[in-house]
Design a protein around this ligand. Structure first.
Ligand code: AMP
Length: 205
């Protein structure tokens, strides 16, 4: 049994971080930097689902249609994918969730999972940005990354999905004292510095 598994005691270095933000807010970029800084695994459900889709495994086939339309993949499929990763020993010392949870159902499942494993979320980071800026960023990204879900129609759909299904999580985590809202409408370096200082403040508390 590792230190982090002892009831009521968490290694100060072991952090479970959740990133929430609308499409285009820079979650991918910031979370890649943060995993290097924290030295924890990066659990991006978007990446996991894209991989499953590319490898044409059964989960990927189920998820593909939802992803291409810019809709959320059903919770049961997402929990199946995440559950496998969480069981992995590399996640025992913390991890960074990027794009997960995205619904209140997923948040409740994650809480339940962590509770039964004597773990808890350390901090939830919201990357906040104005919608017009996000749409402009995503159009630029569509040109460089060639993502099938970055067409004008799916960008619009993903914004609506974020508002309806994911933004209620902000209240959920604020009420639990876990939310840090970071202004994402700055340079990537400025945003990252802000994230770092909030992480350090939480680590010290
Ligand atoms: P992302 O790269 O995080 O923007 O995710 C790309 C797409 O994968 C989303 O538009 C959804 O279709 C799907 N997806 C990723 N994460 C989740 C999740 N936690 N719940 C449901 N669908 C997800």
């Amino acid at each position: 049994m590792g230190w982090t598994r002892i009831a009521g005691f968490e290694d100060a270095r072991s952090m479970i971080v959740v990133f929430i933000g609308p499409p285009g807010a820079g979650k991918g970029t910031q979370s890649r930097r943060l995993v290097e800084y924290l030295r924890v695994p990066h659990l991006s459900t978007g990446d996991m689902l894209r991989k499953a889709k590319a490898e044409k495994d059964p989960v990927g086939a189920l998820a593909a249609g939802f992803m291409d339309r810019g809709q959320l993949v059903p919770d049961a499929i997402v929990m199946e994918v995440v559950g496998h990763r969480l069981e992995h020993p590399e996640c025992q010392n913390g991890c960074l969730f990027d794009g997960f949870p995205r619904t209140l159902g997923q948040a409740a499942s994650l809480d339940e999972y962590l509770r039964t494993h004597n773990r808890r979320i350390s901090v939830v980071l919201e990357l906040a940005a104005a919608e017009e800026e996000l749409i402009a960023r995503m159009k630029r990204r569509a040109l460089t990354e060639n993502r099938v879900d970055d067409t004008p129609e799916t960008i619009h759909e993903r914004m609506i999905v974020y508002e309806r299904q994911t933004s209620p999580l902000l209240k959920y985590y604020r009420e639990r004292g876990l939310l840090e809202s970071v202004n994402a409408m700055r340079s990537p370096d400025e945003v990252f510095q802000d994230i770092q200082s909030r992480i350090e403040a939480r680590r010290g508390s």
